[in-house]
Design a protein around this ligand. Structure first.
Ligand SMILES: *[C@@H]1O[C@H](CO)[C@@H](O)[C@H](O)[C@H]1NC(C)=O
Ligand SMILES: *[C@@H]1O[C@H](CO)[C@@H](O)[C@H](O)[C@H]1NC(C)=O
Length: 238
């Protein structure tokens, strides 16, 4: 009886002591388990975990994004990005015996903030300053990271993201709204919006790379903070 009580007590303590109760550790190489575990953990990571130094990812605040692309100079400030908590993890390859890890996520996001534009966007002259709103439906991000093992402050082994790179694809569509283009001249602004929203694929190719880089950088920083706080033995069953 006493033995049972001690056993239960130990179970409760070890359960409450986990830094990351929302993570189900998997055996290395069990892809089904890793994918399910990552999917279950995403809402907790996106919500932010102050005790792990994880900042909330949704909404995500990015103070400034500069887009200089050929004849276009576009500055986006006070950017708020929503939707990341509802991203779907399509795939995750986490294999401790390999250097490169991979995650594929599908996201539908909305970006709002202030813009200041001058120059040309997809060959059309643009000029203006005001609020903007961009909606992107079904973006697929493929992020490859190079991970090494380092000792942490807790004396345990941790993963560390050395390098990362990404590719992306917008599957379904994008919608752009720039208020007050040409000083609010609707006669000039209306055809620009029609053009942008009809040719969203080309527009995304010009506008998206710096925006996506900033968003993914925030996600990778979150993953880095997470890995710094949580030792490998809480993430992978030995
Ligand atoms: C992989 O993990 C799942 C739990 O998510 C488990 O049911 C399954 O037996 C594991 N497969 C192997 C080969 O260990
Ligand atoms: C963005 O571009 C503006 C104008 O070119 C420049 O003054 C500013 O330093 C840039 N900011 C960043 C964060 O790159």
């Amino acid at each position: 009886m006493l033995c049972c009580i001690i056993y239960l007590f130990t179970l409760i303590i070890s359960a409450t002591c986990s830094l990351v109760p929302f993570i189900t550790p998997c055996r290395n190489g069990n892809h089904t388990c890793t994918l399910a575990s990552a999917r279950a953990a995403l809402p907790y990571i996106a919500a932010g975990q102050p005790e792990l130094d994880l900042k909330p990812l949704d909404p995500l605040h990015i103070p400034i994004i500069n887009i200089t692309q050929g004849p276009l100079q576009l500055t986006l400030t006070d950017n708020v990005i929503t939707g990341l908590k509802d991203c779907k993890i399509n795939d995750i390859r986490l294999d401790t015996t390999k250097l490169e890890q991979l995650i594929v996520i599908l996201c539908t996001t909305e970006e709002t903030g202030n813009y200041k534009a001058s120059g040309q966007l997809v060959l059309l002259p643009v000029e203006g300053e005001g609020k903007y709103n961009i909606k992107t439906r079904d973006m697929i991000f493929k992020v490859t990271t190079e991970i090494t093992t380092v000792p942490g402050d807790d004396g345990k082994l941790h993963w560390h993201v050395n390098k990362w790179k990404h590719t992306y694809q917008v599957k379904t569509g994008a919608h752009f709204q720039f208020d007050n283009l040409f000083n609010g001249n609707e006669v000039l602004a209306e055809p620009i919006h029609t053009f942008l929203n009809t040719n969203w694929k080309d527009v995304m190719e010009e506008l998206a790379p710096p925006v996506i880089h900033s968003i993914l950088e925030a996600i990778v920083n979150s993953i880095k903070a997470f890995l710094k706080a949580v030792p490998i033995d809480e993430l992978v069953l030995s």
